[in-house]
Design a protein around this ligand. Structure first.
Ligand code: Z5A
Length: 214
């Protein structure tokens, strides 16, 4: 089996981090008897050394206000480095990559959320990825209020989590439209349910669409 890029997307608090770890463990157990591919967990922003620095700049509150276009370009720089230095080499080795956010986040947050031009964002995504797309994207779809209340209970909120409710609703609308336009690649998972129910649906989707013969 060749390498696979599996992306987890959605608004804050949808359970991406939780479900990536559950998927990692499930994949390890699923492949236990055969040839075990490497399973890589990564995220955007912050999947490389350069990306870790960019993540701090992007998410820390305070200091100079980052304008929308600068924000867009920083996410694109993070992605270009991530694709070149981690994602492409790992795919070439046959690894399964579980990635927390990818190109659709930029369309949803900077496009629908901030209102930047979608054609420009698509072009930047193309430049950053060299045309690489996920093999499958799991959109953990949660009510914005429920997601934000889950992350609020963590305490300190980052710069984007602090944005107003309308912003997060526009982001959700972005994911909704992306999923409708990319039915072969983006699979919606109702993330309002408990962790185990969400995990079960993710495993069903992966089994039916990606690991059919594994
Ligand atoms: N961003 C962007 O604007 N443009 C881009 O191109 C990219 C990103 C790539 C990254 O932040 C930020 O960057 C993000 C978008 C922006 N905006 N913000 N903020 P991040 O990586 O730090 O945060 P995140 O991606 O939004 O993830 P998160 O807030 O950590 O949430 P999560 O990973 O989806 O959820 P979780 O950590 O697994 O769960 C959150 C809490 O809920 C936790 O306490 C869990 O125990 C709990 N949980 C999880 N599942 C459940 C269920 N099913 N029931 C009840 N409770 C649950």
């Amino acid at each position: 089996m060749g390498g696979k890029l599996i992306v987890f997307e959605g608004v804050e608090g949808g359970g991406k981090t939780t479900q990536i770890e559950r998927s990692r463990l499930w994949l390890l157990s699923r492949f236990h008897s055969g040839n075990i591919p490497r399973i890589i967990v990564t995220r955007e922003p912050g999947g490389t050394q350069l990306g870790k620095g960019l993540r701090r700049l992007l998410l820390e509150s305070g200091g100079e206000n980052i304008c929308d276009r600068a924000e867009l370009l920083l996410y694109a720089a993070d992605r270009a480095q991530h694709v070149e230095n981690l994602i492409k080499p790992e795919l070439a080795k046959g690894s399964i990559i579980l990635c927390d956010r990818f190109t659709d986040s930029t369309i949803a947050y900077q496009g629908y959320g901030r209102g930047l031009n979608l054609n420009l964002i698509n072009q930047l995504n193309e430049i950053a990825t060299g045309g690489l797309q996920s093999d499958l994207t799991l959109w953990l779809d949660i009510d914005v209020e429920v997601g934000l209340s889950r992350v609020k209970s963590r305490g300190i909120r980052d710069r984007i989590e602090q944005a107003d409710l309308e912003f997060h609703r526009r982001v959700k609308q972005g994911f909704t439209e992306l999923a409708a336009a990319n039915r072969q690649r983006i699979f919606r998972v109702d993330a309002n349910r408990n962790e185990s129910e969400v995990t079960q649906e993710i495993q069903d989707i992966l089994t039916q669409n990606l690991f059919v013969n594994c």
